[in-house]
Design a protein around this ligand. Structure first.
Ligand code: NAD
Length: 469
């Protein structure tokens, strides 16, 4: 537990970073403050005929860039403070990865597992109606996305309801994370986990970075423990194992599965889908202690479930030297300080889980431009590659092998373009953050550097917009 709320923790991280900038207090106060928040309640009819009141929130933290952008979570523990904290993190996250949005976040206070599919559909459609009524949704206003407990299905319901309420030609861009057939983009569902993997790959490939923190390079054979096997946890596990890391432990809400040789991630996911638990999976040992995952002896610990998991009360038990924050706010403000002093490296949420919003940005652009990425140039590029290959073959007099040609002539289709844009973003942003640490003689941690990066960019946006005449 932290003595201060989640929002206060985010604000304190902001204040710590602000000291390293020369931005005036007036502008800092404006950047920090949540601009608009709505608290909505509405009735829905349950399948048994009873009427239930559903409560939710949507916060728009910053309008320095529009639209506001951020997920909608479905969680019993949701509250206004959490939504405001997550919206603030979204503003900073977007700035760090150069995505031109203000931060937003929403929540519906339910456990989605307690509702049937048709009840969930009624909740999501009514929520969209409420957001529209309050002018809190639209491609240029506020664009939700998936988060804990929500996914492509919910986003499709939102888009469909919004489009039935308006004549907006850009209606599909009112929400991201939709299924591809409903205006989504290839690669969005897996984007957050894939961004986590790209961020880690870059960190452990850059000698200057990993050696600065006395760590060994390369992901190959690094042992990884992951808390949470939902969207972010599963995809992080999948891509990291494809990059050669050994995912030795996965923690879920009923315990942890462990195997020192690593797991076949897809097989483990199939098992969980079939049995709704990791318990009983024949390829590993199950431990019912739900916190055991945090104390695993591993090279990289990835909390990918909930906030407030590593606190001043349990951080002494963390054995990993490297924590990759795939979830939002998994390490409390107080624990972050203790771990930094102990030399534990934390790659912060505000950078590391930005893959989702980055690919949401690509989806939004696709929806506004009404054309799939790669549609115009894919065939043209293929022909150009072929011409270059035959020219080379003619000039050298050598026949070029088919597999070499294949390797050379990548398809510029949507999936490849999204992956390339995401990798570029995660790599560039990591170097920006690391360089800020370097400029400050490594007296600050990566989180502080990431916040400095965000604050300076948002302050510049305010200046550019001429908001303070
Ligand atoms: P999800 O609902 O798909 O998965 C969360 C998983 O965590 C579930 O499988 C759940 O059973 C498990 N879980 C719950 N309590 C747990 C506990 N005590 N111990 C271990 N596991 C537990 O949610 P998600 O989309 O994967 O989001 C996870 C985190 O990542 C959240 O903090 C979210 O805000 C953050 N995030 C998500 C996205 C995204 O694109 N989905 C983007 C950025 C950040």
């Amino acid at each position: 537990m932290s003595d201060i709320s989640f929002l206060q923790q985010v604000d304190k991280a902001f204040d710590d970073a602000a000291k390293y900038t020369n931005i005036s207090d007036d502008i800092l106060n404006q950047i920090k403050r949540n601009n608009s928040v709505i608290n909505i309640s509405f009735p829905i009819k349950r399948d048994n005929g009873r009427i239930e009141i559903i409560e939710g929130w949507r916060a728009q933290h910053s309008h320095h860039r529009t639209p506001c952008k951020g997920g909608i979570r479905f969680a019993e523990i949701a509250n206004e403070d959490e939504v405001k904290a997550l919206a603030a993190l979204m503003s900073y996250k977007c700035a760090i990865v150069d995505v031109p949005f203000g931060g937003g976040k929403g929540a519906i206070k339910i456990n989605p597992k307690d509702y049937s599919e048709s009840e969930l559909e009624r909740i999501v459609r009514r929520l969209t109606f409420e957001l529209h009524k309050h002018n809190f949704i639209g491609s240029g206003i506020d664009v939700p996305a998936p988060d804990m407990g929500s996914g492509p299905r919910e986003m499709a319901w939102i888009a469909d309801t919004y489009k039935s309420l308006t004549n907006d030609i850009n209606g599909s861009a009112c929400v991201t994370g939709k299924p591809v057939a409903q205006g989504g983009i290839r690669g969005r569902n897996e984007a957050t986990g894939s961004g986590v993997a790209y961020g880690l790959k870059e960190f452990f490939s850059c000698k200057e970075m990993y050696s600065q923190y006395n760590l060994e390079g390369g992901l190959e054979n690094k042992s990884v423990a992951i808390q949470g096997f939902g969207n972010v946890g599963y995809h992080s596990a999948l891509f990291l194992s494809q990059m050669g890391a050994r995912v030795i432990a996965i923690g879920e809400s009923d315990g942890m599965i462990y195997n020192d040789n690593g797991f076949d991630i897809k097989e483990l996911r199939d098992y969980r889908e079939k049995h709704t638990t990791l318990k009983g999976y024949p390829g590993g040992k199950f431990d019912e202690d739900i916190n055991a995952i945090l104390y695993c002896d591993c090279d990289i610990l990835i909390p990918a479930a909930l906030e407030g998991q590593i606190t001043n009360e349990n951080c002494e038990r963390i054995q990993a030297k490297f924590i990759a924050e795939a979830a939002n706010g998994p390490v409390t403000y107080e624990a972050n300080k203790i771990l930094f002093n102990r030399g534990v490296v934390i790659l912060p949420d505000v950078y590391l889980n930005a893959g989702g919003v980055t690919v949401s940005y690509f989806e939004w652009i696709k929806n506004l431009s009404h054309i799939r990425f790669g549609r115009m140039e894919n065939r043209f590029n293929q022909k150009t590659y072929k011409n270059i290959v035959s020219l080379l073959s003619n000039v050298t007099g050598n026949e070029i092998k088919e597999d070499l040609i294949k390797e050379f002539s990548h398809h510029s289709d949507e999936e490849n373009l999204v992956a390339s844009g995401l990798e570029e973003t995660m790599v560039n942003s990591l170097h920006q953050i690391f360089n800020i640490c370097k400029e400050n003689d490594f007296k600050i941690d990566l989180r502080c550097a990431a916040f400095i990066n965000a604050i300076e960019k948002i302050a510049r946006a305010y200046e550019d917009n001429g908001i303070f005449p």
